[in-house]
Design a protein around this ligand. Structure first.
Ligand code: ADE
Length: 226
């Protein structure tokens, strides 16, 4: 059964192209994942097609209203069961490889993209099972964050990557950064490829890669070794 991701957004056009190229496109074509975009505007409940409103208590910025979001999420839930309803927000848990690994094993998930000053807190209290951030910086909306999340999850779905081992040797998959990689030519402008990689000696190459991965991690991201 294909994984199904329903994305609720006020800017569906922002989420089209990420799924129309390369690995994500192929994953969809192979039937390994389905992406369904829902324009929140289509679920507006009042005659002004309104999806946001001023915040109670005053303050700058509009807040996304609960009614259109409830209508959209409840409609989806009436059709099938969902494993997670994720809200993209800088206040969420910071995305890492272990979260992506876990999500890649799920069946159906909903992703809600925030905008303006965020959503009415009752949406979070009543519908959201997980809040995810893509880093300690603020984006204009949750759409690009949702695209990052989907990319990192979908490439881990079994069968998506042609070479099954290639996701396993990614940075972070073993808690370390990846070792350096080289391709032809073996020498360019006097800049040479490390001898061991040309040796054909599998065990030595493997040992070199492990050492380099460790050195790389120690130098750039010592926090990962703790
Ligand atoms: N929406 C705005 N900024 C965000 C971030 N850093 N992560 C997830 N969603 C966001």
């Amino acid at each position: 059964m294909a994984m199904r991701i329903d994305i609720i957004t006020v800017l569906p056009e922002l989420l089209k192209s990420p799924f129309q190229a390369s690995i994500l496109k192929r994953a969809i074509e192979k039937g390994l994942v389905e992406i369904h975009l829902h324009n929140l505007r289509d679920y507006a409940t009042n005659s002004y097609n309104q999806i946001d409103d001023y915040q109670f208590g005053g303050g700058a910025g509009m807040v996304m209203m609960i009614e259109p979001i409830d209508k959209c999420i409840s409609g989806l839930k009436a059709e099938r069961d969902y494993d997670e309803v994720i809200y993209m927000t800088p206040e969420g848990q910071t995305l890492d490889q272990s979260i992506s690994n876990q999500l890649s094993l799920k069946g159906n998930i909903i992703i809600l993209c925030g905008h303006y000053k965020g959503v009415d807190q009752r949406v979070r209290d009543q519908f959201i099972t997980k809040e995810i951030s893509v880093g300690d910086y603020v984006l204009s909306g949750g759409e690009l964050a949702a695209a990052i999340l989907c990319d990192s999850v979908i490439r881990l779905i079994p069968g998506v990557l042609g070479n099954e081992t290639s996701a396993l040797t990614d940075s972070f998959q073993d808690g370390l950064l990846a070792p350096p990689t080289y391709t032809r030519p073996a020498e360019y402008k006097g800049w040479e490829v490390p001898e061991v990689l040309l040796s054909g000696h599998k065990a030595n190459i493997e040992k070199w890669r492990e050492e380099q991965a460790y050195k790389n991690t120690k130098k750039r991201r010592p926090d990962l070794l703790q």
